[in-house]
Design a protein around this ligand. Structure first.
Ligand code: NAD
Length: 424
C-alpha cells in the first residue's frame, strides 16, 4: 500500500506540528544551544500501562493508558487525564509539553504532564468507569503524587474521576492525600472559584488588552465560540463586567443581539430547550459566519484548529482571546499578525484554570482553605502580571504575543534546568 503524504492543510491542522513550530521559533530567537533545545523538546518520563478491567457482564477487557511528564524542572508535573478512544502517546506527549509552557508563562511552580486512557466512556457504565479509573491509578501510582505529578480532569474526566483517583491513591498511602489531584469536588479538598477560573482568566486578560488598546470595556462587543465550561463562564463574567456579549456560537447554531445578550437568561433557555437557538432575547444567525462578525473581542472557547489559513483573513475582531487550547494553527499566526489583531495566546489566555489548580494544591497542602474572593484576587494578580510580562516582552523584542509567551516560558524552564545543573 502506498501512503499518501499529508496535504498542506492536514499538516497545518496537526497540533503536534503546530506546537513544534512555535517551540522552534521561540528556541531560535532565544538562541538556545542544541543541547538545551534537546532537553526542552524531549519528555522526561513516559509510562505506558496495559491493565485489565472486569466489565459489568463479567468479561475481562484490557485497556491501555499513558502518563507523560514532559518537564519537572520547575516543580511537580501538572496536567489532565483524558479518556477517549483516539488517545495516542504522541498526543499525550504534545499536551504534556504544552502544560510545561503554560505553567511557566504564569510562573507557577509546576512542570508539565498529561495522561490518557484509550477507551470510549460512552460505552462504559459508571461502575466500569470507576474500576477503570482505580486500576489505572494503581498502575501509575509510583509516578504520581503531590510532590511529583499532580493530575487533573481533561476530556471526559471530571470531579468524580478525581475523587476516585484521590481515594485510590490515599488507600495505598494509608491516609488521605487530597493534594495528589486537582479539580476535586469542594467537599474533598477542591477550591472555591475553580469552575469559573478559566473563564475568569479570559475576562481578566481581555480587560488588560482593552486597556492597552485604549478601549472602554462598556463599548466592547464580544463574540464567543463555545458555551461550555470556558465559553459559558467567560460569557457570564464578561457580561457581568459590563462588556456586550453580542454573539454566542455553538455546534447547533449561533445567536446574536447587537445590544448584548442576557447571558443568565440564555443559559436558562439552553437548560430548558437543550439549545441556544430560538432565544427570544436574540436572533438566530448562521453559525459558520458568526466568527467573522465585526467585534472587539473574539473568544474561541470550543476546540482546536478553528482559525486556519483558510479563514484567518476574514476575522474582524481587534482582540483574539484564545480560551480553547490550540484554536489557531501556526500557519494562521502570520495572517493575524499582518492584520494587526491583538492575540492573547492560549498558553496565557486560558491559564486561569491551571492557576487555580495550583491554589487548590497549595490549600490542600496547608489544610487551610481560602474564600472565593481571595482565590479570585490572587488569580487576578497572576493573570495581570503575566499578561504584562508577555506584552512587554513582545514589544521589547519586536515579536508577536504568542512568540513572546513561548520565549518567556522556554527561557524560564531553561534557566531552571541551568540553575539545577545536570545530575551525574
Ligand atoms: P466544554 O465541553 O465544557 O465546552 C465546549 C463547548 O464547545 C461545548 O458546549 C460544545 O458544544 C461547543 N463546541 C464544540 N465544537 C464546536 C464548534 N465547532 N462550534 C461551536 N461550538 C462548539 O469544554 P471546555 O472545558 O469549555 O473546554 C473548551 C476548550 O478550552 C478546550 O479546547 C479545552 O482544552 C480548553 N481549556 C479548558 C479548560 C477548563 O478549565 N475547562 C482550561 C484550559 C483550556
Amino acid at each position: 500500500m502506498i501512503l499518501e503524504a499529508p496535504s498542506a492543510l492536514e499538516q497545518e491542522l496537526n497540533p503536534w506540528l503546530a506546537a513544534e513550530a512555535r517551540f522552534n521559533e521561540a528556541a531560535r530567537r532565544l538562541n538556545l544551544d542544541d543541547g538545551m533545545r534537546k532537553v526542552l523538546a524531549t519528555p522526561a518520563r513516559e509510562l505506558t500501562v496495559h491493565f485489565p478491567v472486569t466489565l459489568d457482564d463479567g468479561r475481562l477487557e484490557v485497556f491501555t493508558g499513558y502518563r507523560v511528564q514532559h518537564s519537572i524542572a520547575r516543580g511537580p508535573g501538572k496536567g489532565g487525564i483524558r479518556f477517549a478512544p483516539d488517545v495516542t502517546l504522541d498526543e499525550v506527549r504534545a499536551l504534556a509539553s504544552w502544560m510545561t509552557w503554560k505553567c511557566a508563562v504564569v510562573n507557577i511552580p509546576f512542570g508539565g504532564a498529561k495522561g490518557g486512557v484509550i477507551c470510549d466512556p460512552r460505552l462504559l457504565s459508571q461502575f466500569e468507569l470507576e474500576r477503570l479509573t482505580r486500576r489505572y491509578t494503581a498502575e501509575i501510582i509510583d509516578f504520581i503524587g503531590p510532590e511529583s505529578d499532580v493530575p487533573a480532569p481533561d476530556m471526559n474526566t471530571n470531579e468524580q474521576t478525581m475523587a476516585w483517583i484521590m481515594d485510590t491513591y490515599s488507600m495505598h498511602q494509608r491516609h488521605t492525600v487530597t493534594a495528589v489531584v486537582t479539580g476535586k469536588p469542594l467537599d474533598l479538598g477542591g477550591s472555591q472559584g475553580r469552575p469559573e477560573a478559566t473563564g475568569r482568566g479570559c475576562l481578566i486578560v481581555s480587560l488588560q488588552a482593552l486597556k492597552r488598546l485604549g478601549k472602554n470595556p462598556e463599548d466592547a462587543r464580544v463574540v464567543i465560540q463555545g458555551f461550555g465550561n470556558v465559553g459559558g463562564m467567560a460569557a457570564k463574567l464578561m457580561a457581568r463586567a459590563g462588556l456586550k456579549v453580542v454573539c454566542i456560537i455553538e455546534c447547533d447554531g449561533a445567536v446574536y443581539n447587537k445590544e448584548g445578550l442576557n447571558i443568565p437568561k440564555l443559559l436558562e433557555h439552553r437548560k430548558e430547550t437543550g439549545s441556544i437557538t430560538d432565544f427570544e432575547g436574540g436572533e438566530n444567525i448562521d453559525k459558520d459566519e458568526a466568527m467573522f462578525l465585526d467585534c472587539d473581542i473574539l473568544v474561541p472557547a470550543a476546540k482546536e484548529n478553528v482559525i486556519t489559513t483558510q479563514n484567518a483573513a476574514r476575522i474582524r475582531a481587534k482582540i483574539l482571546c484564545e480560551g480553547a487550547n490550540g484554536p489557531t494553527t501556526a500557519a494562521a499566526d502570520e495572517i493575524l499578525a499582518e492584520r494587526k489583531i491583538f492575540v492573547i495566546p492560549d498558553i496565557l489566555a486560558n491559564a486561569g484554570g491551571v492557576t487555580v489548580s495550583y491554589f487548590e494544591w497549595v490549600q490542600d497542602r496547608q489544610g487551610f482553605f481560602w474564600n472565593e474572593a481571595l482565590v479570585n484576587k490572587r488569580l487576578e494578580e497572576i493573570m495581570v502580571n503575566s499578561f504584562g510580562v508577555v506584552v512587554e516582552y513582545a514589544q521589547k523584542h519586536n515579536v508577536n504575543n504568542r512568540t513572546a509567551a513561548y520565549m518567556v516560558a522556554l527561557d524560564r524552564v531553561a534557566f531552571a534546568v541551568k540553575l539545577r545543573g545536570i545530575y551525574a
